[in-house]
Design a protein around this ligand. Structure first.
Ligand code: HEC
Length: 108
């Protein structure tokens, strides 16, 4: 009987351990710059990964952002309509752009 009580006690510790205390998940926020197209870009580029993927690229040309956006659509099936590509690329280039329209060979 003693052994049984001990067993019950021991097994119940495990149960309490699982529900005891709050579970904290680290939250990493990548703020997006305010501007035209921000809302649309937020919805279209943050559904699979964080905006950190975009920020990590540094300032890039319009061509670079267009290529990345097309890559997301063609390679990963991102649901971005043709008419929205320009809005997203404009936003990315205006806020995270290198001021150069075309990529030069040293980039990418
Ligand atoms: C359908 C899902 C999906 C959507 C929507 C999406 N991406 Fe991605 N993206 C991915 C995947 C998958 C990767 C590769 C992840 C990895 O390699 O770890 C990626 C990687 C990236 C990278 C890293 C560089 C590279 O070439 O892989 C950038 C930059 C990027 N995405 C930008 C964007 C932008 C900008 C948008 C909005 C126009 C966007 N993504 C929307 C799925 C998506």
């Amino acid at each position: 009987m003693k052994r049984f009580i001990l067993l019950v006690l021991l097994s119940s510790f495990g149960l309490f351990a699982q529900v005891n205390g709050e579970i904290q998940v680290p939250y990493v926020d990548f703020p997006m710059k305010k501007g035209k197209g921000e809302y649309s870009t937020r919805g279209k580029c943050n559904m699979c990964h964080s905006f950190g993927y975009v920020i990590n690229q540094g300032k890039q040309s319009r061509e670079f952002w267009l290529e990345k956006t097309v890559k997301m659509i063609e390679t990963f099936n991102a649901p971005i309509a043709d008419k929205d590509i320009e809005v997203v690329v404009d936003y990315l280039f205006t806020n995270y752009g290198s001021k150069s329209e075309e990529s030069n060979s040293s980039k990418e």
